[in-house]
Design a binder for this molecule. Structure first.
Ligand code: HEM
Length: 745
């Protein structure tokens, strides 16, 4: 039986994007350009000759009544009236993509019999949906929030879902608190405010009275809450699951995703602005990366604890408000996932995809983690409201292996099962259970004992030790960001009970943190810590730990700011060099269209095509930018307040800035960045890098060819030096040395 199942599901891969799931979806896809589908029809298939005029009783001179008998108009209106479905009760705003997952080898065999985790010859199709939690479907992407990272694996043995987040812990320990938590964080009930934010009384009231949330609150207030891109986030299964090997030995496990590009975030001012300037920023970023071939990639890792060692730790390994420090439980990297295809249509794929933590395949199981236990009930249940009881039959949700059972009927049943019986046992032997020896899901016999009572286990009572561990592990700029974020949020709480309670609670985490936040928001300033800080730290909790070993500028958005009279050869050389590193360049000029280089008559011939005009996009939407040389161009930039603001804002957001020749003069004379040294010799090609403001006097096409992109520290060439600054993401020293705060932006 087992061989029949996997045999039937064998994946026929003709290219990396043509996974078994993508092929499966073709059965339900239509292409309107296809000849067979050229003409417009009603839902029941007759051709429609007029979509503009409702059938009316009319005498030619006056408008008469519209007739209810018009079945074509009625159908159109009915469909429209009902085309919205309930949005997800949480994680309503999201975007998804297809991809595939592979393990490197069979090293996980000692833990699990799951083929998806042990068979390196397999390519398992995946679909990932990234989301925010608080906001509704139409809210902005770059709000401060936890991000969902939900992965559906279409394995040969059935669907496996890891419904995770970009933060490894959760706000609550027991699922019974989930409705309270969600009610508290969502817009307040009396006025439905605020949208997409936790900066309000009810959220901070709840977490102030619920100290188990202290650890997760710190993560959400850290840079993790404002990721630069879905592609630059870690993912975590959060809950404790189990792995079961062929010998029926059981292990506790946590699942991890580690992004190839490192873990990077916006700065808060930038995230706030992007909410308005481009509310779809993350959605478009994912699409742009996949379409440009810079496929997002994550390593997949597991932390494993043998069943016998469950109680070896000073925290409970089933408590979802705790991480398993990697010094205690090493992370084993066993595979990777690539996302390489955007959806063809948002609604049937991204909106109708439905995850469920209870979806596991043989070799993977659950633990008694009380949050997971509740989740296993909740997801199936909520999909019934959102999509109907046959939600698992929808094309995006159905497995790529055969499905056969006696669950029939229900609203919107698609499948037609032939035969006479829909129950087991039956006289025909149809739909028989599969023995575990042949692939049937095995529940491991486990001894359970206890007294029925509403309590939490003893180690679930401690809430601050890991909050301290997290805070202690952050780099100085990361700590500063937590203080600022908490201060921003509590400033939005106008009820003194709320901000006083939380500032009091924060003194359990870190004295300096509590003091600074309390001063900023008018809270209760502690005179001593409520609890001593144990001083322990672990490197893996800081985002800096995940900087790629080999620096990269892959998929970074780099703007080149020009006015008429710029140096064309430089711009062409820069674009060519940055393209080698798979960065995407955009020219920003006074207008969208041709911008004319020095020596060329305006309006004659071509120059460089500007992708946007100065007002069309702002510096917030790019990772870095360069100003080429050209006397006339530099003078024009200096006359334009928006261009000066562009540079000051990028400086304030700690972004790398490059300038050449008269571009440097523009920086020195018009922009006046504080505390930064710029090259003073416009005839020299030696590069000056000061706080990742990279300047050079001369950079010609010949030099550019010689300066092939080498992204490494200490590289002398202009483009390599600039690219290295881009690979580091931001210049934190600008912030730590107080330069950023001196600029108006
Ligand atoms: C470890 C803690 C949790 C994590 C990591 C988590 C993660 C997620 C993610 C990523 C989604 C979005 C799925 C998608 O993209 O469609 C989601 C949705 C949802 N979660 Fe959770 N969640 C957690 C806790 C809970 C708990 C405790 C409950 C309930 C007891 C719950 C109930 C829901 C519901 C009802 C949805 C909406 C599902 C849908 O309509 O598709 N979650 N969760």
């Amino acid at each position: 039986m087992a061989t029949t199942i996997s045999g039937a599901a064998k994946q026929m891969l003709t290219s990396v994007t043509d996974t078994a799931k993508v092929a499966d979806l073709q059965k339900d896809s239509i292409d309107p350009n296809d000849n067979l589908n050229k003409g417009l029809t009603t839902d029941y298939g007759i051709y429609v000759s007029d979509t503009d005029n409702w059938l009316k009783a009319q005498d030619g001179s006056r408008v008469g009544p519209s007739l209810l008998e018009d079945q074509i108009a009625r159908e159109k209106i009915h469909r429209f009236d009902h085309e919205r479905i309930p949005e997800r009760v949480v994680h309503a705003r999201g975007t998804g993509a297809h991809g595939y997952f592979k393990v490197f080898d069979d090293r996980a065999k000692k833990y699990t019999s799951a083929g998806v985790l042990t068979d390196s010859s397999r390519t398992t199709p995946t679909f990932v949906r990234f989301s925010t939690v608080q906001g509704s479907r139409g809210s902005a992407d770059t709000v401060r929030d936890v991000r969902g990272f939900a992965t559906k694996f279409y394995t040969q043995e059935g669907v496996w879902d890891i419904v995770g987040n970009n933060i490894p812990v959760f706000f609550i320990q027991d699922a019974i608190k989930f409705p309270d938590f969600v009610h508290a964080v969502k817009p307040e009930p009396h006025n439905e405010v605020p949208q997409g934010q936790s900066a309000h009384n009810n959220f901070w009231d709840f977490v102030g009275l619920q100290p188990e949330s202290a650890h997760m609150v710190l993560w959400a207030m850290s840079d993790r809450g404002i990721p630069r891109s879905f592609r630059m986030m870690q993912g975590f299964g959060v809950n404790t699951y189990t792995l079961i090997n062929e010998k029926h030995e059981q292990f506790f496990v946590k699942f991890h995703w580690i992004p190839e590009l490192g873990v990077h975030s916006f700065v808060w001012d930038e995230a706030l602005k992007v909410c308005g300037q481009d509310p779809d920023f993350h959605r478009k970023d994912l699409e742009e990366a996949i379409h440009s071939g810079a496929y997002p990639k994550w390593k997949f890792g597991i932390q494993v604890i043998p069943e016998a060692n469950e109680h070896d730790f000073d925290f409970d390994i089933l408590d979802a408000t705790k991480v398993w420090p990697e010094e205690l439980v090493p992370l084993e990297i066993i595979g990777e996932m690539v996302l390489n295809k955007t959806v063809d249509e948002f609604f049937p794929e991204t909106e109708q995809v439905a995850f469920c933590t209870a979806h596991v395949v043989p070799g993977i199981g659950f633990s008694d983690d009380p949050l997971l236990q509740g989740r296993n009930f909740s997801y199936f249940d909520t999909q019934i409201t959102r999509l109907g009881v046959n939600w698992q039959e929808l094309p995006i949700n159905r497995p790529v292996c055969p499905v056969l059972n006696h669950n029939r009927d229900g609203a919107m049943r698609h499948k037609i099962t032939k035969g006479q019986v829909n129950y087991w046992p039956n006289r025909l032997g149809v739909g028989a259970p599969v023995p575990t020896s042949q692939g049937g899901y095995a529940d491991i016999a486990t001894k359970v004992q206890g007294i029925k009572q509403r309590v939490r286990a003893p180690k679930f009572q401690e809430h601050f030790s890991q909050a301290q561990l997290f805070y202690n592990s952050l780099a100085p700029h990361e700590k500063q960001h937590v203080i600022s974020a908490m201060s921003f949020e509590l400033s939005h709480c106008d009820d003194p009970i709320v901000f006083e309670t939380y500032t009091k609670l924060a003194a359990n985490i870190d004295f300096e943190l509590a003091k600074q936040v309390a001063i900023n928001v008018g809270g209760i300033v502690p005179d001593k810590p409520t609890r001593a800080n144990h001083g322990k730290a672990t490197p893996t909790l800081s985002q800096l730990y995940y900087n790629p070993e080999k620096p990269t500028i892959k998929s970074r958005r780099i703007a080149i700011l020009v006015a008429d009279g710029f140096n064309l050869a430089e711009v062409e050389a820069l674009r060519a060099a940055l393209k080698v590193g798979m960065a995407t360049t955009f020219v920003i000029g006074p207008r969208r269209g041709w911008i004319y280089p020095a020596g060329q008559v305006a309006g004659k011939g071509t120059g460089v095509w500007a992708d946007h005009h100065y007002e069309g996009q702002r510096s917030t939407l790019f990772d870095a930018f360069v100003i080429p040389s050209g006397a006339e161009h530099a003078q024009k930039l200096a006359q334009n307040g928006r261009c000066i603001h562009w540079v000051r804002e990028a400086f304030g957001h700690l972004k790398p800035i490059g300038a050449i020749g008269e571009g440097v003069v523009f920086l020195r004379e018009a922009v006046q960045l504080p505390g930064v040294s710029l090259t003073s010799d416009l005839s020299s090609d030696s590069v000056v890098n000061s706080y990742d403001v990279v300047t050079v006097g001369k950079y010609d096409a010949g030099t550019a060819a010689a300066d092939t992109l080498k992204i490494a520290q200490g590289e002398k060439g202009f483009v390599s030096n600039f690219a290295y600054a881009v690979s580091k993401h931001r210049c934190w020293d600008r912030e730590l040395d107080g330069l950023a705060s001196k600029v108006a932006f």
